[in-house]
Design a protein around this ligand. Structure first.
Ligand code: AVJ
Ligand code: FE
Length: 428
């Protein structure tokens, strides 16, 4: 548990120590908080839940500080004008909180309240920090200026890759979880769900395939777009994924401050739900539903078991999935044969978040826990669910049951997609 908290902190450090103080307090996009807000917010959530709630300790700073870091009190675009802790104070604050947390962990017997059972609230805070790690990485991607981040390139496939689709035989499985100790409220409870037989892309949609959509005039043909999608495409003048730029007859993309030709064999990333949905229709297909996605990722048709991961119950490894910001990009299509599901579907975990067709809604029997503002206040048709995690997701916050959500117009997150289609009657 301490190791998991430390891994999150090492990442936070890497994302906040590599830029100078003026970069920390700057707003790199109205869509994002200044990095210094994320930093102190991470510390503040840790203090609120672990030190004050579990530990019964007094506040470290004047209590007026809490509301500055309450995400519901101030929109991201307003956060730079708040009287925030400065970079030095923020760094000191998170260190102080963490020292006291380690002390508390040594004294607190776990399992004596529901909040501490199996270390849940410590796991929740580690997941929270890692989710903000992913958000801070998205801020780095939006930041202009010299590159400051580095990582080795992801693995490449060993040989030729067979792309296409696989038939996923329908059936009933237990969607979600009632037993994973660190699962968040929206993943609960497990409930029987029946999925029809369907076809699913073996891999996420690549930049190469996405370029075919662009080249075929996909952005200019309202036939492929939903009404809301077309309206957004018009208003925002969309013509390619975020961070792409056409240069003569080639496409370039900017990634963490470096410009390079768009790699055709990499999963497309930085597309909105609307773009994913339009691509799918252009291809004569659709986005998978959330139950279809989870069923494909967990269910083993041979044994009838629902597993933890596509490859089985063992934890993720660097051979199985591109997670944890080990690389600063999704890996090429076919780079993770060891991560395949029994049906042969690949790269469900890691690389890019995958847009699904589904709205973010509660499972039957949902109970908000431990706070309504994690999930419950977001339920409804305004948000679409994303699954599977990205190269920027840490494994503590990446499960086959884990649900992410965002507005269908969002593009700065590390989101791509894969497509599906119904099976013909009798194909099962
Ligand atoms: C689950 C990724 C949508 O970043 O808005 C962070 C996670 N919740 N702090 C977000 C979260 C509170 C959340 N997402
Ligand atoms: Fe947060």
């Amino acid at each position: 548990m301490v190791g998991t908290l430390e891994r999150a902190r090492a990442r936070t450090q890497a994302l906040t120590a590599t830029v100078d103080d003026s970069d920390l307090v700057r707003q790199h996009s109205p869509l994002m908080s200044p990095l210094v807000w994320d930093l102190a917010h991470i510390g503040n959530q840790e203090e609120l839940w672990l030190l004050r709630d579990v530990g019964g300790r007094d506040p470290i700073l004047p209590e007026t500080v809490d509301q500055l870091y309450d995400a519901f009190q101030h929109a991201r675009c307003d956060r730079p004008s708040l009287p925030l802790l400065d970079p030095t104070q923020s760094r000191q604050y998170v260190v102080q909180v963490r020292e006291r947390v380690i002390d508390l962990l040594e004294r607190t017997p776990l399992n004596d309240t529901r909040l501490t059972q199996d270390g849940f609230v410590f796991g929740m805070i580690a997941q929270h920090e890692q989710q903000h790690g992913e958000t801070m990485l998205a801020t780095h991607q939006l930041r202009r200026g010299e590159p400051v981040l580095d990582a080795p390139p992801p693995p490449r496939p060993a040989g030729p890759v067979r792309t296409g689709e696989v038939l996923v035989p329908g059936g009933t499985f237990r969607m979600g979880t009632s037993t994973h100790p660190w699962s968040l409220d929206n993943e609960r409870p497990a409930h029987e769900t029946t999925v029809p037989t369907f076809w699913l892309d073996t891999h996420p949609v690549s930049n190469g395939r996405y370029l075919d959509f662009i080249g075929d005039g996909g952005y200019d043909d309202p036939r492929w777009w939903s009404a809301a999608g077309w309206q957004h495409r018009q208003e925002s003048n969309l013509s390619a994924p975020l961070f792409w730029r056409r240069d003569g007859d080639q496409w370039l993309r900017r990634r963490f401050g470096r410009v390079e030709p768009v790699p055709v064999d990499e999963p497309v990333v930085h597309v909105s739900f609307h773009e994913a949905d339009a691509f799918a229709r252009w291809a004569g297909r659709r986005l998978p539903t959330e139950p279809e996605w989870e069923y494909a990722a967990r269910h083993d048709p041979a044994t009838g078991r629902d597993r933890a991961f596509p490859w089985g119950d063992d934890e993720p490894t660097p051979e199985r999935a591109n997670l944890g910001q080990a690389h600063l990009q999704p890996a090429p299509i076919g780079a993770y044969p060891a991560g395949a599901a029994p049906t042969g579907v690949q790269q469900l975990i890691g690389d890019v978040w995958e847009w699904t067709a589904s709205d973010f809604t509660p499972y039957p029997g949902f109970v908000a826990w431990p706070y309504r503002e994690y999930s419950e206040v977001f339920f409804g048709p305004e948000y679409k669910v994303l699954r599977g995690g990205s190269f920027a997701s840490d494994e503590v916050a990446c499960r086959t049951t884990f649900r992410n959500w965002d507005y269908p117009i969002r593009r700065q997150i590390f989101a791509g997609f894969r497509t599906a289609r119904d099976a013909a009657p009798g194909q099962d």
